[in-house]
Design a protein around this ligand. Structure first.
Ligand code: S3P
Length: 435
């Protein structure tokens, strides 16, 4: 439960980036030698990927304080897993590893928790089958499913039907074992951590502008060599503290070591458009990813129309943007985000229902939401639908609502932000167990 709080003040170090942490473990397992990873996110989703990589034969171990070591088996060298790979709540871990498995000549079985078993896997299965893998899923392309990897994967040129970094990454990971060039055409640029990491581990990747989007081409069958990685702080986790501080006048918060890759930083631009005072201080490069400290000073925010083309760069941040919108003056329009309906929950439905329960006027659209901001009465308990970001978003809303806001289940928060309540309370938030 969270209660109305005064302005937030202080410093916070965001937990490691979830997208980069999954990829660091996977690429470490696919390369020759020992990869040292620092500041790995030790959230449940990443631990699921770590366990799956062990099942696939990599030697993955923690040496404490966020430092991990991965001894890989080389590109194409993973082993058939003896057990079902259970990815828990982790859509990224599951889809990327399906790509890896599709390019290996063995059979593997994938499952996940109730939320992951509801999410569509056909978007990944379709291109992987074009590359020669066979995939047998439960009806409507859902987990559990089996991936029968291709003995000789074929390179393809694949145009993404939806803007999805997970699908792009799955195709590129399968393409690692195909001869020749595997290309993915994305109509809108999505997060490029896979491309960056492929290069970092020694593969050759070309990125060129293509019909308003981009074409990414991987030269197949590279030698992948161990490379060290320092994981930057996750902008999607920093988003909760940034939003909480930005919308509470008088706040003054510094969030250290946040990844500010432009393909991830859309929320910060959007909050600025709403009148927020957010500065990037001490910009630097951390292993190929741009990083900065975010200095946030509270202000009264106003509603805006969010440019739909910005969606891929802030796709995970709409739930917390809805919170800023609910407390801002006026109307905020968010469109072009139908993808939100197939995340850990239907986030459009979950936010619309939760905001309405809190007394906020909200219109649910097939591909978005319109939030009429101002005063938030609160005084309710919200259903989080097994979705960490829905849970954290409503706890942030409680900091500005008149009455406390509770959530039905806080456990999922550990998938991406272990220690969320303590970190926020360190800034002056009032988040605790229900009375
Ligand atoms: C991710 C891509 C996005 C995002 C997810 C992480 C990734 O999903 O929502 O949290 O690490 O590649 P989609 O690829 O489905 O858009």
């Amino acid at each position: 439960m969270s209660r109305r709080a005064d302005a937030l003040r202080g410093r916070l170090r965001a937990p490691g980036d979830k997208s980069i942490s999954h990829r660091a473990l996977i690429f470490g397992g696919l390369s020759v030698g020992e990869t040292a990873i620092e500041d790995l996110l030790e959230g449940e989703d990443i631990l699921s990927t770590a366990r799956a990589m062990c099942e696939l034969g990599a030697d993955v171990r923690s040496i404490g304080n966020g430092s991990w070591r991965v001894r890989g088996l080389g590109n194409g060298g993973l082993h058939e897993p003896a057990q079902v790979l259970d990815l828990g709540n982790a859509g990224t871990g599951c889809r990327l590893l399906m790509g890896v498995a599709a390019g290996h000549n063995f059979t593997s079985f994938f499952t996940g928790d109730a939320s992951l078993c509801r999410r569509p896997m056909g978007r990944v299965a379709t291109p992987l089958m074009l590359m020669g893998a066979r995939i047998v899923a439960r009806s409507k392309d859902r987990l559990p499913l089996a991936v029968i990897g291709a003995a000789d994967p074929m390179p393809i040129e694949y145009r993404l039907p939806v803007a999805s970094a997970q699908v792009k990454s799955a195709v590129l990971l399968a393409g690692l074992n195909a001869p020749g060039e595997t290309s993915v055409i994305e109509p809108e640029p999505t997060r490029d951590h896979t491309e960056n990491m492929l290069r970092h581990f020694g593969a050759s990747v070309r990125v060129e502008p293509f019909e308003g989007g981009r074409k990414i081409t991987l030269v197949g069958q590279p030698e992948l060599t161990a490379a060290n990685i320092r994981v930057p702080g996750d902008p999607s986790s920093a988003a909760f503290a940034v939003t909480a501080a930005a919308m509470r006048p008088g706040s003054d918060v510094r969030i250290e070591n946040v990844g500010v890759n432009p393909l991830r930083a859309g929320l910060f631009a959007t909050l600025r458009d709403m009148g927020a005072d957010i500065a990037f201080a001490d910009r630097r490069d951390a292993g190929g990813e741009p990083v900065a400290d975010l200095v946030v000073r509270g202000a009264k925010l106003k509603g805006i129309e969010v440019p739909p083309e910005r969606a891929p760069s802030m796709i995970d941040e709409y739930p917390v943007l809805c919170v800023a919108a609910a407390l801002a003056e006026g109307r905020t329009v968010m469109r072009g985000i139908a993808e939100l309906r197939v995340k850990e929950s239907d986030r459009i439905g979950a936010m619309a229902a939760g905001l309405a329960a809190c007394g906020v006027a909200v219109e649910e659209l097939p591909d978005g939401l319109i939030v009429h901001g101002g005063d938030v009465p609160g005084g309710v308990r919200i259903e989080t639908r097994m979705d960490h970001r829905i849970g954290m978003s409503f706890l942030v809303l409680g900091l500005g609502a008149r009455e406390p806001i509770g959530i039905d289940d806080a456990r999922m928060i550990d998938t991406s932000f272990p220690g969320f309540a303590e970190a926020m309370n360190g800034l002056g938030a009032r988040i605790g167990p229900p009375p």
